[in-house]
Design a protein around this ligand. Structure first.
Ligand code: FAD
Ligand code: NAI
Length: 468
């Protein structure tokens, strides 16, 4: 039986980054992955971040070419969609990146085992390959990084053809005429945007009274208004109680969230995007005694589970279900195993929605600060007053900075606008260094850039924004 310092189960951003760090620190590591495509990279590379961003990018250019190029003085002579090619280039991006992870495993001397990992007892993992063959491995430490899966909705059976989860929504072979999206969260708004740009009528049905419920309220409102202007229809405070397949399409039964008279909406496709849940099937956790919370997340303290020498990271434990967070968990967990001081600050994990425009945030929202009674100041700056945004005719959105009223400590930054996902990094860094809004206000920003709006918003905290 091969023996390792560390066996990692699951090769997503949590698992493969843990493996890289283990290799860097001189630990003998193995990684186990059961994905039937045999590709490493987990949900993120195979059916998540990467394919969705590929389609967002391509569909964004398609829409720009069809609707905005003429205004910039670019004649295209008619733009048409080649969906098979768009899907192919997405698959190529996924292939390239998953092969990159294979390379990184080899480079860092991590052994890869393809098959389902089960912890048969403390320190022992059995890998069952697709052909049923088993390989037994042993290790001083085991890290569970098995990620998450789409949450199901009662009364709605996913077939990944017309009634799809995010996975099926990445591979529609033709553009649905009417796509009903259940859930106005990140997946619903990103993938809803993709198919709207490619020609679908998109109706989003959301249980709560706002889109992106976890985000700052003002951001949610502005963003919904922008998406509605782009042609997306919203039905808030509503729930879907069933979807029926008919010969001519799908019948979606919708009623008010609080209950009431149901209504039928006809659709060609339905995307169920009501959240994700931790994935732990087949790991043998009950037998081992690894505790999970009510929602199924593995309970951890500094990545340590209730069973000695068994650790867990990423989507399978509570916290933001994001690739960069899983990556940071992986690094910190392995550093702790190696006797170093691994640590992740969950208050500084940025959140980005990759639509057009993007939405990005870090730290606290106004609602969160009010709830804990923190007195804060707001600095806001509209992209309509930013020279670069005006020049490019891309003026939707704003930057909003929240700072402690007494100390000026930066507490949160919320951006709606083109490039928000890149701009948020500045606020994350300043917050990590314990910086104040004045630190951004007095930092030189290149002109003309959209990031000047971040500086102007920081200046606005003390009332000296200069360009508004
Ligand atoms: P995963 O990536 O889920 O990886 C877990 C791996 O473990 C899987 O490959 C699974 O096959 C494997 N596994 C499970 N059980 C076993 C077993 N018993 N044996 C062996 N292998 C096993 N996040 C972002 O930060 N940015 C984005 O833009 C973004 N976009 C997304 C878009 C979509 C459509 C989706 C669905 C998600 C997106 N996410 C995004 C979320 C991101 O994908 C996850 O947060 C991230 O993948 C979690 O990483 P992980 O390593 O914890 O788990
Ligand atoms: P989500 O939690 O972001 O949004 C789910 C939405 O569905 C919520 O608004 C919720 O109120 C609503 N909802 C729940 N039950 C409902 C019901 N019965 N009817 C109608 N609405 C209902 O989850 P989503 O969009 O599925 O994404 C899952 C996770 O994947 C995200 O939370 C995020 O962590 C990750 N992700 C991240 C991305 C990014 O970083 N850009 C992109 C895509 C996914």
């Amino acid at each position: 039986m091969s023996t390792y310092d560390l066996i990692i189960i699951g090769a997503g951003p949590g698992g493969y980054n843990a493996a890289i760090r283990a290799g860097q620190l001189g630990l003998k590591a193995a990684i186990v992955e059961k994905r039937d495509t045999k590709k490493l990279g987990g949900t993120c590379l195979n059916v998540g971040c990467i394919p969705s961003k590929s389609l967002l990018h391509a569909s964004e250019l398609y829409e720009a070419a069809a609707t905005r190029f003429a205004g910039l003085g670019i004649k295209t002579g008619g733009v048409s969609l080649d969906l098979p090619q768009m899907l192919k280039q997405k698959d190529e991006a996924v292939d390239g990146l998953t092969r990159g992870v294979e390379f990184l495993m080899k480079k860092n001397k991590v052994e890869t085992f393809l098959g389902a990992g089960e912890i048969v007892e403390r320190g022992k993992v059995r890998v069952t390959g697709a052909d049923g063959k088993t390989t037994d491995l042993s290790a001083r430490h085991i890290v569970i990084a098995t990620g998450s899966e789409p949450a199901p909705l009662k009364g709605v059976e996913i077939d990944e053809k017309t009634i799809v989860s995010s996975t099926g929504a990445l591979t529609f072979s033709s553009v649905p005429k009417h796509l009903v999206v259940i859930g106005a969260g990140v997946i619903g708004l990103e993938l809803g945007s993709v198919w709207r740009r490619l020609g679908s009528k998109v109706t989003v049905i959301e249980f709560l009274d706002r889109v992106l419920p976890g985000m700052d309220g003002e951001v949610s409102k502005t963003f919904q208004r922008i998406l509605a202007k782009q042609g997306m229809t919203f039905r808030l405070s509503s729930k879907v109680t069933g979807v029926e397949k008919m010969k001519s399409g799908l019948m979606v039964k919708v009623e008010p969230a609080a209950g009431g008279v149901p209504e039928i909406i006809d659709a060609d496709a339905v995307l169920v995007a009501i959240g994700r849940r931790p994935y732990t099937a087949g790991l043998g956790l009950e037998r081992l005694g690894v505790k999970r919370d009510k929602r199924g997340f593995i309970e951890t303290d500094q990545f340590r589970t209730s069973v000695e020498s068994v650790f867990a990271i990423g989507d399978v434990i509570a916290g933001p279900m994001l690739a960069h967070r899983a990556e940071d968990d992986g690094v910190a967990c392995v550093e702790l195993i190696a006797g170093k001081a691994g640590h992740v600050n969950y208050d500084r994990v940025p959140n980005v929605v990759y639509t057009w425009p993007e939405v990005a945030s870090v730290g606290k929202s106004e609602e969160e600060l009010k709830a804990v009674g923190v007195v804060y100041k707001i600095g806001k700056f509209q992209f309509a007053a930013n020279s670069r945004a005006k020049t490019n005719h891309e003026t939707d959105g704003f930057v909003k900075i929240l700072a402690d009223a007494k100390t000026d400590l930066l507490l949160g930054c919320h951006i709606v606008g083109i490039g928000a996902g890149e701009m948020i990094a500045e606020a994350v860094s300043v917050m990590e260094f314990g910086g104040a809004s004045e630190d951004i206000a007095r930092t030189c920003h290149a002109h003309p850039t959209r990031s000047e709006a971040v500086r102007q918003a920081a200046m606005a905290v003390e009332g000296w924004a200069m360009q508004a």
